[in-house]
Design a protein around this ligand. Sequence first.
Ligand SMILES: Nc1ncnc2c1ncn2[C@@H]1O[C@H](COP(=O)(O)OP(=O)(O)OP(=O)(O)O)[C@@H](O)[C@H]1O
Ligand SMILES: [Mg+2]
Length: 510
Amino acid sequence: MVNETGGDEAILRLDGIVKRFGGAKALDGASLLVRRGAVHGLVGQNGAGKSTLIKLIAGLHRADEGAIAIDGTVHASLTPHLVEALGIHFIHQDRLLVPTFTVGEALFLGREIRFPGTPFLDRRAMRRKAADILERYFGLSLDPSALISELSAAEKQIVQITRALMADPKVLVFDEPTAALVRREADLLFKLIRRLSADGITILYISHYLGEIVDLCDTVTVLRNGRDVATLAIAETSAAAIGALMVNRDIGDLYPKPDVTPGETLLSVSDLALADRYAHVSFELRRGEVLGLTGLVGSGAKEVLRTLFGLERPTGGSVQVRGETVFSTDPAAATDKRLALVPEDRRRDGVALPLSVKENTTLASLERFSRGLIDRKAERGQTEDLVSRLQIKTAGIDALVRTLSGGNQQKVAIAKWLSRQSEIYLLDEPTVGVDIGAKVEIYRLIGELAERGAGIIVLSSDIDELLGITDRLLVFFRGRIARHVPSSETTPEQVLADVTGAEESLRHAG
Ligand SMILES: Nc1ncnc2c1ncn2[C@@H]1O[C@H](COP(=O)(O)OP(=O)(O)OP(=O)(O)O)[C@@H](O)[C@H]1O
Ligand SMILES: [Mg+2]
């Protein structure tokens, strides 16, 4: 039975939620109704308030105004403990797994099974339950004694999901689950979510990949500036329409790319090898060029990028920068040669969370501002320019990066490296976690760097992005360059086949 408020169908209902941080309103009257059994998408630009909304439901923050009802009951004060007891579990954006825990500790802490009527832990039952879930949903086993810090991003996520499933959840909330995953892993996650949904679990799903939202969800709510501006049935909308609602304008050309005639060779890599990670890697990068790199985890693409920046010591081959052979295994020396790396794990390697936006963006280029004294005016001017171009949502350039939303922290890391006048840019997944409006702006910045004569290498697992913004593409498979093509002469299907080695296995099978 559905009453006029939808109370019986609504497993989760938020009404007129306001949440302030200091003077700023993260949520400004947001409402959300999630029906039992739905796969409900939640989208919005970076800083729109998605994670804040989730944290309110999780009992991690408290709303200043508004009401939250779970299963028809309004709870005046939610605590993480109560919310879990009510069957709502979370895969948060800022992953909360403790790196020094073992897989077993991460899985079982707070999920203890005891011998009935005793305080004693039934470790065997706990292990069996975890193993069952891992086998049933993921078709794999994880060693309970392995350290969390040794796991890949995908495995960490599996641990988080398994931990949630151990509690027999009614609702599972995913905050940008695919941001850390490569395409194949993401496909596995979608299969999993469909199965969980078929098993009767309600899903609330946050993502910046609107294609995912359209494929996976049946309903979507768009947040803008802390308010819900639309809730739509997926069958009646499209990714483009959702994107336009998010940014409140047409996005226009998704992949802006200037026509640049390549200049002299900046980087020349020949027969580069790194132990058992990759070998026979040769390519050149010229001024004005955007070169794409892609491949699955372990394909060697990421390791090549790290080697170029001096983070790995090659075991063979050579690298020349502007015609000069370099032997450096030191990021400082790479920086001297005017290389810049935007690392993928920007929360860990890319930004200093306790410093301000301004301090972060000027950190990498301090010497430019410090001929004698730090030129405060130039520093502010440049930071303000980058903040406005990348649409970094912040209370001001003196706000601490810690207080920014996940996507806006990413943008600060990118701004930090762009504020440095480099010639060779190595960008590792530059648009992960970034909203669609800012993505296009990052593509424009890449185009501008190329026009100014820089060479740019973009490592990405977003095939449409790669084909849209690069001139040439190197596809890695099992430590080798499987294909090297002009981006205009290949297709997404071909790249996907190369990435997964589909033809390779066909050849072997045939
Ligand atoms: N602890 C905090 N202190 C101060 N401001 C905060 C805090 N947490 C969030 N905010 C602010 O609230 C706003 C909403 O942030 P939130 O993290 O909910 O955004 P989001 O929609 O999840 O964005 P993203 O897509 O980047 O993850 C942002 O402007 C952010 O700076
Ligand atoms: Mg967020």
